[in-house]
Design a protein around this ligand. Structure first.
Ligand code: GLN
Length: 496
């Protein structure tokens, strides 16, 4: 583990050069505001979508967040939603569509009918799928409009979007830097103001990592809470799709729509409750010692600690918890995810157009599977060790719920690294996923909340909040109150 952390190079965050002004940027429109305006007939979906397409045209040359823009399709669907809403009004029917007219982009490892599906890879010239992934169908049923497909690391394998066969996306806050990955295009599209919300996938941190690096909210729901049919698997025991958005409430809106009636119930209500009743009394926040210490860059740690102070100020009790085995989590994650990726991708390992990183993962997977004895000896070998570590972590995390209601850590030990900062050794360059894999290995829900800029680099810092499997509503409740408190604190600081 120390090898990974040594690579997490706090010194990288030089403050020179431009960080696009976070404070004076025009306020992003929220999904909630847009959906309300469309439902109340103050705006029509057609104009919302044409604004999004215009923003995409302005920002894409700079950020390259998208692999496909679905202008005509989105415009036609917006017109259809407007017709439906007007018909509802004429007939006096209430139209309750959670995401009415909200433009979204979908990570390009998720099937959207009639749009290309590349997974960021040149090897996979699939014909555009004829069916939407279930989560896309649910978003559309809630009134969302898909305006494009977002860039990603090839097959989700990476943390910067640099392994995409179609070129890296750039961080809208500083184009010399990565937006993070693998859902980097989704995060960049939201942070640039192209769309208010996006969908990503997270196998080891791929929603939370780019969300933290772009200063937005990203959620890895509890494992299994959103159906993944129509989503190209990376490592099924770890994979989860989830939302990226500018606010906690907006993320909850997408999550609720994608999770469906049973798993999604109450998520938006919980987020709204947290935003309105800004109060954390009764919550015990477990600060994970191993993830909250000097392995993090000093400025990241300062922002994290300030967030904890705000949470305590709202009445939360801070509890120190220890997860000693977390030091082995990243290595276990690499072995398990590489092994599981073979189920879908093994046939591509010789493909001349496969990127180096994806090939390296497949070879690691083949290696561990060859080294793992089957049958009576199946408890030996690196893979068995990795699974044992995941089980131990699960037990350790489960034990913490007796003491705390949520866990907290920085989302990443660093702020967004410069592009081109070493793809050669995935286990030694800045490991932005060393704190995120825990939630994938244990299946719990985790959310990255932007908590302001790193005083050293001027770049966004994210705090990771985690809740037990199935307690996603609790996560939204706590995150929304924390978000409100952090906003007030930041405004106070700016005025001072
Ligand atoms: N950054 C991690 C990796 O490179 C996570 C990827 C993911 O969650 N899809 O594997």
């Amino acid at each position: 583990m120390t090898a990974f952390l040594r690579g997490a190079n706090p010194a990288d965050g030089s403050a020179d050069g431009p960080v696009n002004d976070l404070v004076n940027r025009p306020a992003r429109e929220t999904a909630r505001g847009l959906a309300d305006a469309v439902t109340e007939h103050q705006r029509d979906a057609a104009s919302v979508v044409s604004d999004a397409l215009a923003a995409i045209a302005v920002h894409e040359p700079r950020v390259h967040a998208l692999l496909h823009v679905a202008g005509a399709d989105a415009t036609a669907r917006a017109a259809r939603i407007d017709r439906e809403l007007h018909a509802d009004r004429e007939h006096g029917r209430p139209s309750a569509r959670l995401l009415a007219g909200v433009p979204v982009v979908i990570k390009d490892n998720i099937a959207v009918r009639g749009m290309p599906l590349t997974c960021g890879s040149a090897v996979w010239a699939l014909t555009p799928p004829r069916r939407d992934a279930t989560l896309v169908r649910r978003l559309r049923r809630a009134g969302a409009i898909v305006v494009g497909k977002a860039n990603l690391d090839e097959f989700g394998m990476g943390a910067t979007t640099e392994t995409s066969a179609f070129g890296a996306s750039r961080n809208p806050l500083d184009e010399r830097r990565t937006p993070g990955g693998s859902s980097g295009g989704s995060a960049a599209a939201v942070a640039a103001g192209e769309v208010p919300a996006a969908v990503g996938t997270d196998t080891g941190g791929s929603i939370r990592e780019p969300a933290a690096q772009c200063g937005i909210v990203g959620v890895k729901p509890s494992h299994g809470s959103i159906p993944l049919n129509g989503v190209v698997p990376f490592a099924p025991s770890l994979d989860q799709a989830g939302p990226l958005a500018g606010t906690v409430v907006d993320a909850a809106m997408l999550h609720q729509a994608m999770a469906g009636a049973r798993n999604g119930r109450g998520l938006v209500a919980a987020a709204l409750a947290g935003a309105v009743h800004v109060d954390l009394r009764g919550h015990r926040v477990g600060v994970v010692t191993e993830m909250a210490g000097l392995a993090n860059a000093p400025g990241v740690l300062r922002r994290f600690n300030r967030c904890l102070e705000q949470m305590a100020g709202l009445g939360a009790e801070l509890v120190e918890v220890s997860l000693p085995t977390v030091s082995g989590a990243l290595e276990a994650y690499y072995l398990i995810s590489s092994y599981e990726s073979l189920a879908t991708l093994a046939g591509l390992v010789e493909h001349p157009l496969l990127g180096d990183e994806a090939r390296r993962r497949l070879l690691v997977g083949q290696q561990v599977s060859a080294d793992s004895p089957s049958g009576a000896d199946s408890s030996r070998g690196a893979l068995a060790d990795a699974w044992r570590l995941a089980d131990d972590l699960q037990a350790a995390v489960d034990a913490t719920w007796a003491e705390c209601t949520v866990l907290a850590s920085p989302t990443l030990p660093v702020t967004a690294p410069l592009l081109g900062n070493g793809l050669d050794d995935p286990l030694s360059t800045p490991r932005t996923d060393c704190w995120t894999v825990l939630a994938n290995l244990t299946g719990i829900a985790a959310l990255s909340l932007p908590v302001g800029e790193c005083p050293d680099t001027g770049l966004p810092v994210g705090v990771q909040l985690m809740a037990p499997h199935g307690a996603d509503a609790r996560l939204y409740r706590v995150a929304a109150s924390t978000e409100a408190a952090m906003e007030t604190a930041t405004q106070r600081e700016l005025r001072a």
